[in-house]
Design a protein. Structure first.
Length: 223
């Protein structure tokens, strides 16, 4: 009876010791899973997201010299009611990596034309302010980008708009994402001006209006 008890105890000790040794030496078990994603382009991946309206106030006729009139906060216009000046121009480039080749934002204007008094009374499409230009003062303006490594520049320190397209801003292949130009402080001569030659011959108390067209062209020469 004593011999049997010793044998049973010994077997139990051996079994327990072997199990503990096996557990202590076991390698950890890893679990792995997969993840994936697919991207497609928007229907319009390169687009203009903001351009400014502008009003230049009311001024006396002055033919003694050329005058630059800074933008004012707001004013009226024929056909569209109140017009509020803004000072932001922005572009969004969400093209795929293989298609990023830069862009060129261009702007042109129509002639400032007599749209008549309030309500369009007395409008005369032959009465234009010859040589009058919208002028963007980009020297005191700033460009911000979501991709800080991108290169985007203004076309010049002062962009005087004509009836032919002028480059307002260009970006190279790294200028993708959101690109925003803020013109000066918004209101005043450091932002946008109207340049009126001294030789113009305006009609009194009528609204002269112009329309600006902004065009975004892909693939310019890198600035």
């Amino acid at each position: 009876m004593k011999k049997t008890l010793i044998s049973t105890t010994l077997l139990t000790l051996l079994a327990t010791t072997g199990l503990s040794a096996g557990m202590a030496g076991a390698a950890p078990v890893d679990a792995k899973t997969d993840a994936a994603v697919l991207f497609t382009e928007k229907s319009n991946p390169l687009e203009i997201t903001a351009v400014p309206d502008m009003h230049f106030g009311t001024h006396e006729i002055d033919r003694s010299k050329s005058n630059d009139y800074p933008v004012v906060a707001s004013g009226t216009q024929v056909g569209k009611g109140s017009l509020t000046t803004t000072n932001v121009v922005s572009v969004q480039d969400d093209r795929s990596k293989a298609k990023l080749d830069g862009w060129d934002l261009q702007v042109q204007q129509t002639d400032f034309t007599n749209m008549g008094a309030s309500g369009g009374v007395g409008a005369d499409p032959t009465d234009i302010l010859t040589g009058t230009q919208v002028v963007f003062k980009t020297g005191s303006s700033a460009i911000t980008q979501t991709n800080s490594a991108g290169i985007a520049n203004f076309g010049a320190a002062e962009i005087a708009v004509n009836t032919a397209p002028a480059t307002f801003m260009s970006g190279n292949a790294t200028a993708y994402g959101s690109i925003k130009a803020t013109l000066g402080t918004g209101i005043g001569e450091d932002a946008i001006n109207l340049r009126v030659p001294g030789a113009v011959n305006p009609t009194e108390a009528v609204h002269y209006q112009s329309e600006l067209t902004w065009s975004l062209v892909a693939g310019p020469t890198a600035p």
